[in-house]
Design a protein around this ligand. Sequence first.
Ligand SMILES: Nc1ncnc2c1ncn2[C@@H]1O[C@H](COP(=O)(O)O)[C@@H](O)[C@H]1OP(=O)(O)O
Ligand SMILES: [Mg+2]
Ligand SMILES: [Mg+2]
Ligand SMILES: [Mg+2]
Length: 401
Amino acid sequence: MSHTCRYLIVLILAILLFPVAFGPRLFLSSLPFASLITRRTMSSSSAYSQELYIAQLAVQRASILTKRVFHEKAKGTVDKNDKSPVTIGDFGAQALIIAALRHNFPDDAIVAEEEAAQLRTDENLKNTIWDLVRSTKLDDAASEQALGGAIRDADEMLDLIDRGNSTGGNKGRIWAIDPIDGTKGFLRGGQYAVCLGLMVDGDVKVGVLGCPNLPVDDKAPLTADIGSNGTDDEGHGVLFSAVLGQGATSRPLAASSSEEGRAISMRSIPSDSLADATFCESVEAGHSAHGDQASIAQKLGITKPSVRMDSQAKYGSIARGAGDIYLRLPVKATYQEKIWDHAAGDLIVREAGGQVTDIHGNRLDFGIGRTLANNKGVVAAPAASHAKVLAAVQEVLNAKQ
Ligand SMILES: Nc1ncnc2c1ncn2[C@@H]1O[C@H](COP(=O)(O)O)[C@@H](O)[C@H]1OP(=O)(O)O
Ligand SMILES: [Mg+2]
Ligand SMILES: [Mg+2]
Ligand SMILES: [Mg+2]
């Protein structure tokens, strides 16, 4: 065999063996369909796998508490003269999530919606919440252990709630918590979400949404959820998750931590045929401008009526293709959206193939404090149609001026 021939054989072998030697991920990542592959392989050794694991367990445990509050309230066990049961759910869920984060990531900062001041002056309220918190556990002992187990006493619970007082910013690791998003939906038995996101240097890296009243089935048609149809029966309760660059998944909220999530993705609708699109918006007319949103839908040729639902369940729903577009146009120019109302949903939609911006087309800026002071409103749509949706948003808003 000639010298050149041997050289060629070695070269061919080297090319063939390269992917084996340097790992299939490196090889696959060079292929055009790489994102689809990485989306399906959110494995335990990936970046932020521990953060994702703890965040999912923490949201699952907090959701158990919120469901208990809903049912105890429905049975009338909460005195009418007490603080509202939703407040009990908010405080309790926040305490449980922060306890899990403090145990696992003691150096991380936390931005959370609630504070304990009210509980410090109301013994009755404090004790009601403490009763719920100390008796809410995950079924699986190992998972409960991973979250650090029980909180010591009611005073520690108050201190934990107040650990959510970070001012936020674009430096270091900061968790954003909305223990119950969609308060009104929660009370109606409609949609609400337990929301947790991790930002690193102002960028959302991990997002988890627990939606106890959404159907488990990703293909279930999206229905307006404004009545008292909140059920946490077998068919309801879904956990959406995403890690930056690793795709988005859903799995039953009641599933064990070993159950792999199913990859979810937004529906791809050609931007020139948005007539079939489904758009969602808040139930509350005070939270987003229903009139403007109806005009935008009309401009886009959307024929179906909007689907109104509370909370970040809207982000989860469009991320799994149950709806297509989420519009949240400002009602008042002065309202500043809160980071905990959007961090997890923003990442889940983007990782599912969507684009999320404000009404000016800017990405949501989570790195300037507790609010999205640099942004106005939210426009979320499949990436390929986002520009067209945004153009319609701007036309409608400009016509008003
Ligand atoms: N004027 C407002 N504009 C937009 N969002 C609002 C406004 N007031 C309250 N919110 C927030 O809207 C979120 C619910 O959104 P949705 O309408 O999509 O269900 C809640 O977190 C709620 O905050 P809060 O938790 O302080 O009540
Ligand atoms: Mg909220
Ligand atoms: Mg809230
Ligand atoms: Mg609130």
